[in-house]
Design a protein around this ligand. Sequence first.
Ligand SMILES: C[S@@+](CC[C@H](N)C(=O)[O-])C[C@H]1O[C@@H](n2cnc3c(N)ncnc32)[C@H](O)[C@@H]1O
Length: 369
Amino acid sequence: MEVKELCQAAIKHCDCLADALQFCEGLFPTIALSRLMEVDRKVLECWIRNGNQKLSTEKTNEFQQDSFALSTWQFSENCRTRLRDLLWRNEQRVCLLGVPSLVEYLPSNATGLKNLLIDVSKSIHVNQETTIHLPYDINLLEGSEFAETFDVCVFDPPWYLENYFKWIEVALSYCKIGGTIAFPLLGRMTRMDASQDREWILANCEARGLEFELYRGIVLYDPPSFERSILLRNGIPPVQWKRADLVVATRVDSKCASIVDGVPPIAGPKPIKPMRQFVIGQYLIDIVLDRSAGYGSGLFRTPLGGYWMKTPSRKEIGLSDCNVYVSNGARLICERPLDLGSQLEEMGGSPEQTIMQLGTLGFPIEIFS
Ligand SMILES: C[S@@+](CC[C@H](N)C(=O)[O-])C[C@H]1O[C@@H](n2cnc3c(N)ncnc32)[C@H](O)[C@@H]1O
């Protein structure tokens, strides 16, 4: 279905903004909204005025601050319980790859065998009695003490093909034969080539001996803080718009094909760049330590396209030059990120004082207002 037909169907079948945006299968809301407006501006204006009553049972977490650098799109609360009920029961052992929001929902195990979360973020708290957290980069994992250990493996990588391929491989090696592997499958309008990526991901599953079922649209995300800010700056209420299908697969044998028919060879996944994370008051700041010497005169530069993200896409103009990300959707170029990290570490005092000190270094502190 073309975008225009999809939007026409959304207007016909939906009765609030959140539903219509979810109907658009991953099309980013700023684009979806303008295309929906082309179909029926009056209905859209009415939906925006009326707010978001349809979702009143499930509120988005307006206070959580999320990391753009780590792609922290978390499942909504209802979605977490739905996944728990669908995927495991007590006494099973579960492995979560990049799914920290499910740690509180993990099964207990009377024999004392622990569940596992691998997520590169160091700021995750788990119940150490029941769960091990390893802050590893999954894209760099090779071989493991966890081979064929878990009854259930659930993963949710940043939605790029090379990550899916690698994370499927890891889940497969950790999962017992006969066990379950589950993961959200990006919506087909997420980007230009998303339909093709979906096909290749499923072809990859088949080639690796997985038998799967697709649960349409059952995964729902809370908009992360950087995305909420993009939506609000575009006049869109920060509704739970992002939905995905869930692949639930059974590992039936130990087949592990490395070449998949019809899928061209793709580059391996990119390792996470070394980074430092700081909390300043209500903001989270990620500094990617990828440049050791500056070439500009000041410490900071504004990227092409300005310091507010317009979409959270990896292809957005100016993004590839950035190495500082604020959880409210701002991004910057820092000429000496290592120095910035050391200086932030030494700054004491209140968040307001830290922000003022950042201002004296040339940081555009209006980002915090
Ligand atoms: C797309 S989010 C998925 C979050 C999940 N939906 C949830 O509700 O918990 C990706 C998660 O994987 C983690 N992550 C991203 N890249 C990673 C990597 N290369 N290795 C390990 N963890 C990674 C992030 O910290 C984040 O928690």
